[in-house]
Design a protein around this ligand. Structure first.
Ligand SMILES: [Zn+2]
Length: 314
């Protein structure tokens, strides 16, 4: 090699190395590799009909301070229609004061940040107001990419295309779009971040609370069809505290392909619970006691077969 060209080759080589390094550093962010989920398989005795696994891996999307509320509003859970008075709920609410910091439930890339006055993200324009949608380096068990949506924000802190860290600030709680008072509307979507028909119940993805678990279930008729908008009562047998839970009420919401549920009672303190379903005449149609363990999911299959309806004296 001609000696005069040597320094030139070295410079070129150095430049190429730097370029390669920069390209690799950038492309790692641009095309995230599939992250292995920390899945908790059920033991063989707990497998009912299909192999069901938990995937509670997302953080609560509100800044972790004692003053902030990290509990999901029970009055309008995922799939609920509030007794047919509201459109079926595509996400869950975290009711907090205006300007409470909203955090990313996991690291991701911002695929949308702005108001939805010109981009359809929900059943209509101007639905979520100021909204952020994140694409995550996470996949459902069916191999579909996971997205999270943060709606009704007062202000947005990020911009489209930005890479954000786990539990980093996305904006602040507000009431923009279709919202009754300040709260965060939080959704989990799969496959297509712009398709509101692709939501899943966020409770199936959010991490369990300290010493809490949940009941996930399927309420069907004798033909195996899910019964929509049906009320169940879940009552602790020790504290007698109870909660009404409604089965999914609309076509726009989806069951998890693993759980195939149509109701979820999340954030239950580990305890024994009684599940009660009444028929149209307020007679007892189903009653069962189940154990909820901390950080675990108890699955309940309920078939309301006419022959099995039990009645009790009041
Ligand atoms: Zn909502």
């Amino acid at each position: 090699m001609n000696r005069r060209f040597y320094p030139c080759w070295r410079k070129l080589w150095l430049a190429l190395t730097v370029l390669l390094w920069a390209w690799r550093a950038l492309s790692q962010d641009a095309t995230p590799t599939r992250e292995t989920l920390n899945l908790v398989p059920f033991s063989a005795t707990e497998i009912v009909a299909v192999e069901r696994v938990e995937h509670n891996i997302l953080h609560r999307p509100i800044e972790l301070t004692e003053d902030n509320n990290h509990w999901i509003a029970r009055a309008y859970a995922y799939g609920d229609t509030r007794l047919n008075t509201r459109s079926v709920h595509l996400g869950v609410e975290f009711v907090n004061e205006r300007n409470t910091a909203v955090y990313a439930a996991k690291a991701g890339r911002v695929v949308f940040a702005g108001d939805d006055s010109k981009t359809l993200l929900g059943p209509q324009l101007d639905y979520y107001g100021n909204v952020v949608v994140l694409a995550h380096n996470l996949y459902s068990l069916a191999g579909r990419q996971l997205f999270t949506l943060y709606g009704h924000l007062e202000k947005i802190h990020v911009r489209t295309g930005q890479v954000v860290g786990d539990q980093s600030r996305l904006g602040w709680v507000g009431s923009t779009g279709v919202a009754l008072g300040p709260h965060l509307h939080f959704e989990v979507r799969v496959s297509d971040p712009f398709d509101y028909r692709q939501t899943r119940n966020p409770e199936l993805w959010l991490q369990h609370y300290l010493e809490h678990g949940m009941i996930v279930g399927s309420l069907r008729n004798q033909d195996g069809d899910p019964i929509a908008g049906k009320r169940l009562t879940v009552r602790s047998t020790s504290t007698l505290g109870s909660r009404d839970v409604f089965t999914y009420g609309g076509e726009e919401v989806n069951s998890d392909p693993v759980w195939r549920e149509n109701f979820v009672a999340g954030d239950l303190l580990a305890d024994e619970y009684e599940i009660v379903v009444l028929d149209e005449n307020d007679a007892l149609a189903y009653q069962e006691r189940v154990q909820v363990e901390a950080y675990r999911t108890t699955f309940v299959d309920i078939v309301l077969a006419d022959g099995n309806v039990r009645t009790i004296e009041k």
